[in-house]
Design a protein around this ligand. Structure first.
Ligand code: SAM
Length: 264
């Protein structure tokens, strides 16, 4: 399991927060729903959901104890009566018929076994309940991957990535439709959405690499990590010039899936 830095994530995750806000806009809340947020991270989005369901309850789960500790410390669990956070792996959700809505943003591409997660989600939903999830999808951050593939075979990184397998799983509708069927969830929408991520200059790109590409950084010694990030930046901007304000555009692809658990 990878070690997350919640403080850094909290300050360097405005693109993820933006995607989450757009996703939340697609839900018409009644205000009394029971909601499960899978891979809730620092808890910012989970707390925003809690604000929309004052008569319901929201549970955020995440496999990182550091993230859950941060979420509990920052979002006043106990004072906000309808919000709780639990350390839990999304492949082992223990919930049965407990939620009207399962939500997830920018988290599920961190596991490969989506067929298992979908079965857990189906079990967690009440009949008629809804799932709305978004994650990195097929083709996500392809130009950044191309840069990384280009630089890691060369010195001084050659050797550090032997046997390394990317932890990310970027799927498409053709993967998801059969998994939804075998989880007995009815698909409403399964689509790849191209998005542009904007990072401001080297600082922005570096913050993003440090927070969400840490599996790559962990392969190399600490004293090479900032050089590695600078090399990614240098190679990337050689082909993708920042705009006059210094903004760097990165092509992302999100997989968005909406599905319903059938009524019994
Ligand atoms: C990029 S963060 C997204 C956080 C939040 N949903 C947001 O939109 O800002 C990804 C989160 O997925 C969590 N995660 C990764 N693998 C997981 C797993 N197997 N089970 C539960 N959470 C997991 C990480 O710990 C991390 O907090």
């Amino acid at each position: 399991m990878y070690r997350w830095d919640p403080d850094l994530y909290h300050t360097s995750s405005s693109p993820q927060s933006g995607w989450a806000s757009d996703l939340l806009e697609k839900i018409r809340f009644l205000g009394n729903e029971r909601v499960l947020d899978i891979g809730c991270g620092d808890g910012k989005i989970t707390a925003a959901i809690a604000g929309r369901v004052p008569g319901g309850k929201v549970t955020g789960i995440d496999s990182s104890p550091d993230m859950i500790g941060f979420a509990r410390g920052h979002y006043h669990v106990g004072e906000v009566h309808n919000l709780s956070f639990e350390v839990c792996d999304m492949r082992e959700l223990p919930f049965v018929n407990g939620f009207d809505l399962v939500f997830s943003n920018a988290s599920m591409h961190w596991v490969k076994e989506h067929d298992i997660v979908l079965k857990c989600i189906e079990r967690a939903l009440v009949p008629g309940g809804r799932m709305l999830i978004q994650m990195g999808g097929k083709g996500n951050a392809a130009d950044i991957f191309a840069v990384i593939e280009k630089i890691i075979p060369d010195e001084p990184y050659a050797g550090y990535f032997k046997g390394f397998l990317s932890p990310y799983a970027f799927y498409g509708p053709e993967d998801y439709l059969p998994w939804l069927q075998s989880a007995e969830l009815i698909p409403v929408r399964v689509e790849l959405l191209p998005k542009v991520m904007v990072q401001h200059g080297y600082e922005g790109l570096s913050g993003w690499i440090k927070t969400t590409w840490h599996p790559y950084l962990e392969c190399i010694p600490k004293d090479l990590q900032s050089r590695f990030i600078k090399d990614i930046y240098r190679h990337y901007i050689a082909d993708h010039q920042p705009d006059p304000q210094g903004n760097i555009m990165i092509g992302m692809v999100r997989l968005e899936v909406e599905a319903i658990k059938p009524l019994e």
